[in-house]
Design a protein. Structure first.
Length: 285
């Protein structure tokens, strides 16, 4: 009786493993699949899946190194031989990239793939250095993956906090995640070290607004506008203050910042639509 039960268990497990081998779950964003083998979804008219390796090129950004394609036949993964004359095929991944399926260890083994490609080490050189870590954080921030940006940025901050661009990226990540109270001391120290960088004032003003410290935000934005030579950045700071006073229904202050938004939006008018909407909806709850 025990033999029969054991046999049933073994058969069940074998079936389960075979199903796992061919199961693909396209549920992962590309920036969560860095340093992993992945497959991309196929079109309904296709019979093969493109697969390869996602890595982060510290200069160019998130990159997909195309390996080849595979088919699923009789619960097996069948490699499609790649033309030997074709070299590396690399694709820069954009925010609209489709979700991918991260390949399991069993699938990697079935496709005769190494744990990681030999060439990957080239892109890891200097990965413990401040400039590399800052740039890594920048790439994650750039695609909105600010939570993933924190780890490399904090590592870099411990080594050299005033490294060019680092404090901005770290504060930007905290602000994007709504952790305004963590961004403020970073920016205060950054301004103490370099008071000419108006981006620090822009981010600090945003942090204060996130904590509903409107007066502090206004003082900070005024300093940022005074230091800035970029009208677009001035218009962004102005419209943020206009929005804050719109929420508070302070008409005098709103008009003041709406006027400044219009003043600095002579070339890039993207924020003017917000001012128009605030004015149209002023009397609405």
């Amino acid at each position: 009786m025990r033999i029969t039960i054991l046999a049933l268990i073994l058969i069940s497990n074998i079936g389960f493993s075979q199903n796992n081998l061919t199961e693909l779950k396209f549920d992962t964003k590309y920036f969560n699949a860095v340093d992993k083998w992945v497959a991309f979804p196929k079109k309904d008219t296709d019979s093969t899946y493109a697969y390869g390796y996602i890595y982060l090129d510290n200069q160019a950004g998130f990159t997909f190194n195309y390996e080849t394609k595979f088919q699923i036949k009789e619960k097996e993964l069948i490699n499609i031989k790649l033309d030997s004359t074709v070299g590396f095929m690399k694709y820069r991944l954009e925010p609209n990239t489709s979700l991918v399926s991260v390949l399991t260890d069993n699938q990697i083994s079935a496709l005769n793939l190494p744990k990681e490609p030999e060439w990957l080490s080239i892109y890891k050189e200097g990965s413990d250095q401040v400039d590399y870590l800052k740039q890594e954080g920048y790439h994650y921030n750039h695609v909105g993956a600010c939570e993933q940006a924190l780890n490399p940025l904090l590592k870099a901050y411990e080594i050299e906090p005033h490294f060019d661009g680092l404090e901005f990226e770290l504060a930007f990540a905290y602000n994007h995640l709504g952790q305004f109270e963590k961004a403020i001391p970073i920016l205060e120290k950054a301004i103490e070290n370099n008071s000419k960088n108006y981006y620090f004032f822009r981010e600090l003003g945003y942090s204060y607004l996130g904590l509903n410290k409107v007066e502090d935000a206004e003082k900070t934005y005024r300093k940022g506008i005074k230091k800035s030579d970029n009208d677009f950045e001035k218009s962004e700071m102005s419209v943020n203050m206009a929005q804050a006073y719109f929420k508070l229904k302070n008409k005098k202050k709103f008009d003041e910042w709406a006027e400044l938004t219009r003043k600095y939006s002579t070339k890039d008018k993207r924020y003017l639509q917000y001012i128009d909407q605030f004015e149209k909806n002023w009397n609405k709850k």
